[in-house]
Design a protein around this ligand. Sequence first.
Ligand code: IPM
Ligand code: MG
Length: 370
Amino acid sequence: MKSYNVSVFPGDGIGPEIVAEAVKVLKFTGEKYGASFNLTYGDVGGASIDSSGVPLTDAVLADALKADAVLLGAVGGPKWESMGYEIRPERALLALRKELGLFANLRPVKIYNALIGASTLKPEVLAGVDIMVVRELTGGLYFGEPRGVETLADGTKRGVNTLVYTTAEIERIAHTSFAIAQKRGKKLLSVDKANVLECTELWREVVEEVSASYPDVELSHMYVDNCAMQLIRDPGQFDVIVTENTFGDILSDEASMLTGSIGMLASASMGLKGEVEGLNHANGRAMYEPIHGSAPDIAGTGKANPIATILSVAMMLRYSFDMNDAADEIEVAVEAVLDRGSRTADIAESGVTALSCTAMGEEILKELRK
Ligand code: IPM
Ligand code: MG
């Protein structure tokens, strides 16, 4: 039996609740497909601030660095919001991404037929939508220097963040995105703001150059403001979208609403070792997490939707452990459960009794046990 080390960081708010359900699914499918998972738990974010005074301890980071994969819930909450930038819970997430070298963040946006009514958009706009947003995750505006807020001589303040990318950073995310597009609909859209921002003009140029190695993929470009509009107007036109860190943060939240709820969107963050390995990520570092936050308003009420985290486990099995059948089975189980009408509060139409987080996890497990 194959054995893998997985670091589990439940984090804050609803994090522990959704991760508990996802871990049950990971263990169950692992056993069924002949893999055992050695799980080590650690505090990150607010939980870590409370237990150790910092959002990410060296010990937890070391654990993540040697793990075969990381499963993360969510971080942050009002309790820690007034803290200084350097010790806020979100720092844990950013530090993990940076230290693990997870530059490629894959956020699949898939519409489930059963949930078409749960979206605020018209059904005919949504049918068949299947998008992969590839968000650059360790560069851009999130990490550029200089940054910070300074007080000027006259006592007023000046805040600065910097949008910066090197050719190498753009090349690797472009290669990853083209490789992903090759395995999907062979269409890649690169999103920038090249009419205004020089950094993204470079982005466009480099993506163009990389495209020469992928003649079978059709490359196009779009400005980010137009893309935001097109995602609502006609999301069916997109296959793979690659973009800058901040643009990807915003566009993926927007795209999540096509599915009816941000509680449905999983993600995989990867740092490829050496050569670009496309989608087969065995042996590379990776972290899996839902794209939503810690939802402190519903923490502890049982209202959280565990599906995004359970689908993140499916992505882990697929990309980190090459267990495609197991991943397929989880995705099919989620679809089946939705098809027979099971809903958590975020995706329940009016009049439908919503399941708790645990009950939804149990429904999915029941389906897997069949
Ligand atoms: C996300 C989140 C994070 C981000 C926050 C929690 C720091 O919004 O993963 O999309 O901005 O990247
Ligand atoms: Mg976000």
